[in-house]
Design a binder for this molecule. Structure first.
Ligand code: HEM
Length: 414
């Protein structure tokens, strides 16, 4: 095992709040000094190299069924209290392995089709324009709260067929879940909030599902309720869990793709100019934003059997974190990995995962980001970071996003 001095509990400063500004210099050192190592504070192996992360995503000896990790160390009493949460999470496709995962993902795929997603493009474009219209005449705008945050909540809400006025509730539930799922080890307070969110969320969706059973519409929720394969339907719990997963997965992540991407671009004005001059580069630019500053920095697995990763012996039951954000900066895979380059070729980043759990909403998230950047570049060509503004990050090692992104819009192009 790579030797890390005992007195250094957090050698790459993963838990250091100051590191939220720049976790990447820590990852660069991790890649050089300890690309596979056991990280005591999280009780997990960290895997940083691109080749190892890529192989691990496809390695079926690494299990996705890992919800037991949330309740590890809890008393019997607390565990009992947490049952509704455990029940909800244990039917997320994200936390299942074959064959249960294959069946569930197949049923969800029938409702959440690429055609359905592509058909949303004009609606997403119109929503972006609408949100930007609200900024018309203002000198300054806070991009996270006025654009990056509302857009994905409205989009996933409309897809599911939920009333627009409910979006603030949806956002609150999703935030509370992020506190629970995004941290290495949630605090008791975060666990309690996550539990409340699940209970309220399930009550809300139970009612909507009952309605869709008798009065199906054309929305995604109706599609999920009636999705069937060889006589198999989604159970009530699977429906509730899938709605939770879609709401959660579709929203914080996309907000932060827009926020992190825009910050990167504004800090590299020559790249902004390049995109203004050649908007056809946008799809590639969004991939580069995903690589450069991922909204999801890592994910985890649990070893099913004794095995080896990068020459290290991993024992059955060990927790393994796949550090996508580090893998995306691996010089063995990417030339000048620290450089933002919207023209970069060979952009196979790890940010959306790989293998059987590859992000189900990848096309949707990409589209929301592409439409947002296209509209910003076209309408506000002189957009700048607000001079002197401090840029603060959420204090969460796993989900990376800005608390606020204040910008000066500049003259609107006509
Ligand atoms: C745009 C930013 C996004 C990022 C960075 C992202 C990231 C990821 C990652 C890393 C995984 C794999 C996790 C693992 O294997 O442990 C994943 C899976 C998933 N994502 Fe996304 N995601 C994004 C957008 C979305 C959207 C818009 C939706 C839905 C509306 C969504 C829904 C899901 C679902 C349901 C899964 C689980 C798939 C499965 O387990 O089979 N994601 N995502």
């Amino acid at each position: 095992m790579t030797a890390i001095p005992m007195e250094v509990a957090d050698p790459f400063e993963l838990m250091h709040p100051e590191r939220r500004k720049d976790p990447y210099s820590g990852y660069a050192r991790m890649l050089r000094e300890a690309p596979v190592h056991f990280f005591e504070p999280w009780g997990a192996w960290l895997v940083a190299r691109y080749a190892d992360v890529n192989a691990s995503f496809r390695d079926m000896r690494l299990l996705s069924a890992r919800t037991g990790q949330f309740s590890a160390g809890m008393s019997e009493e607390v565990r009992k209290m947490m049952e509704p949460l455990a029940r909800n999470l244990s039917s997320w496709a994200l936390f299942l392995d074959a064959p249960s995962h294959t069946r569930l993902r197949g049923l969800i795929n029938k409702a959440f089709t690429p055609r359905m997603v592509e058909a949303l493009r004009p609606r997403i474009r119109a929503l972006v324009e609408e949100l930007l219209d609200a900024a018309r005449g203002k000198e300054r705008v806070e991009v996270i709260s006025e654009l990056a945050n509302p857009l994905p909540v409205i989009v996933i809400g409309e897809m599911l067929g939920l009333p627009r006025e409910d979006r603030h509730r949806l956002k609150r539930w999703s935030d509370q879940l992020a506190g629970l799922i995004g941290t290495g080890r949630p605090t008791p307070e975060q666990v309690k909030e996550g539990l409340n969110a699940i209970l309220e969320f399930e009550a809300y969706f139970r009612m909507l599902i009952a309605r869709r059973r008798t009065q199906p519409g054309t929305d995604l929720l109706s599609g999920l309720v009636h999705s069937e394969e060889q006589g198999s339907l989604l159970s009530e719990q699977e429906l509730l869990s899938t709605c939770t997963m879609l709401l959660f997965g579709g929203h914080e992540t996309t907000t932060n793709l827009i926020g992190n991407g825009l910050l990167a671009l504004l800090r590299h004005p020559e790249q902004w100019e390049l995109l203004r001059a050649s908007p056809e580069l946008l799809p590639n630019a969004v991939e580069e934003f995903l690589r450069y500053d991922p909204p999801v920095q890592f994910t985890n697995r649990e070893a099913k059997v004794d095995m080896e990763i990068g020459g290290h012996a991993i024992r059955k039951g060990d927790r393994v974190m796949l550090m996508m954000a580090a893998a995306n900066r691996d010089p063995a895979q990417f030339k000048d990995p620290e450089k933002l380059d919207v023209r970069r070729e060979e952009l196979r980043h790890m940010t959306l995962g790989m293998g059987p759990h590859y992000c189900l909403g990848a096309a949707l998230g990409r589209m929301e980001a592409q439409e947002t950047f296209a509209a910003l570049l076209r309408r506000f060509p002189h957009l700048k970071l607000e001079p002197g503004a401090t840029v603060d990050w959420m204090d969460n090692a796993g989900f990376r996003g800005l608390l606020a992104l204040p910008v000066v819009l500049g003259a609107e192009a006509r």
